[in-house]
Design a protein around this ligand. Structure first.
Ligand SMILES: [Zn+2]
Length: 356
């Protein structure tokens, strides 16, 4: 597009009014102006003169895109390369030139021709600035959930303790009855029975003979929650407690917004990492609990009961479930219910949902 346009003197007048690095509010003001008018070169703070090249280091303090107004895509003139013609329409950069103390609204790639390295550095700086801005917005929108997250984790602790106790109770009963740890029978996520097969074998110096082989064969459906029997088990309580401590360090209370605004970018990054890490750790603990409690499903019990009664079952054990209790023993007569901590059946509270 080469339409020549009139540039008012006011646009060309140098406005050295930005002594310090312009804040977020300036970038917001430019964006709002461009969105409304489609004319970045007419913003009150814009200096429509050609910027100096190599040896100058501008800062890109924001980006904007030119709007479609009354159904027409707006184009803008660029002081870098095309001051009197409409030159670009996709994206612009709000560029601050510290030495001249001016802001120029320019095309997104325009300054590259005048100062390639300066442009690249400014682009990288813009990405960092935008990332920090997203982090700040995210934290302002979500750090009121730090306290509720601590409370949820505290409520999950006794449930986690109950599941960890259940692991010990089950191991004590099962491992005492069996020649191997019960884990050895379920480590593939399902139980097996032993089947016998006949196959010909050639032994040196003799004729080929038929021999019997024993092979394990999967029995029944896969067992949900079988990791309940793995040693050592997946951490629950220690993970929850670590998260509670980490969240405690970023629980800024009622004044969390002021606190976040006042933080350095490094501290903000650190706080956001703690927040995300604690949240995913609590989520992981919730998943482990739900998974291992799922071992006591009707489907699992039916599978295990059938397996324990099967004459090719490799483990001499009896398993049943009755009146909400798991019954385990060497046989039906000697089997007795396992006393599992009632807290393990509690509903696992959910973490508060996040904004944005
Ligand atoms: Zn340009």
């Amino acid at each position: 597009m080469t339409d020549k346009i009139d540039i008012p003197d006011e646009a060309v007048r140098v406005k050295p009014i930005f002594e310090k690095e312009p804040g977020r509010e300036i970038a917001d003001e430019v964006r709002a102006w461009v969105k409304r008018t489609g004319e970045p070169h007419l913003w009150r703070g814009h200096t429509h003169t050609k910027p100096p090249g190599v040896g100058t280091q501008p800062l890109y303090i924001g980006r904007y895109s030119l709007p479609v107004l009354q159904g027409i895509q707006r184009w803008a003139p660029c002081p870098c390369c095309s001051p009197n013609n409409l030159k670009y329409f996709r994206e612009g950069r709000i560029a601050w030139f510290p030495e001249e103390r001016v802001i120029r609204n320019i095309g997104d790639k325009c300054y590259r021709t005048l100062n390639p390295e300066g442009h690249e550095l400014a682009e990288r700086g813009l990405l960092t600035r935008e990332r920090e801005e997203r982090r700040r917005t995210y934290m302002l929108a979500n750090f009121d959930k730090v306290r509720p997250m601590i409370e949820v984790a505290e409520k999950i602790v006794p449930i986690g303790q109950a599941v960890e106790a259940a692991r010990r109770i089950l191991a004590a009963r099962f491992d005492q009855l069996l020649p191997n740890a019960f884990w050895e029978y379920v480590r593939d996520g399902r139980v097996s029975i032993i089947t016998r097969h006949k196959a010909p074998v050639q032994i040196r110096g003799e004729d080929e003979k038929e021999r019997w082989f024993e092979l394990p064969e999967p029995y029944g459906s896969p067992l949900s929650g079988y990791l309940l029997f793995k040693r050592p088990g997946r951490s629950i309580v220690s993970g929850l407690k670590k998260s509670i401590i980490a969240l405690g360090a970023i629980d800024f209370g009622e004044g969390f917004r002021e606190h976040i605004e006042a933080m350095t970018t490094e501290h903000r990054a650190q706080a956001e990492r703690l927040f995300a890490k604690s949240r995913s750790e609590i989520e992981r603990c919730r998943t482990v609990i739900a998974d291992e409690v799922g071992f006591f499903s009707a489907m699992n019990i039916a599978t295990l009961k059938g397996w324990s009664l099967h004459r090719q079952c490799p483990a001499p054990i009896y398993i049943d479930f009755s009146d909400g209790k798991m019954i385990v023993g060497r046989d039906q007569n000697s089997a007795s219910p396992l006393e599992l901590p009632p807290d393990m059946w509690k509903r696992i509270p959910e973490l508060p949902a996040l904004a944005g």
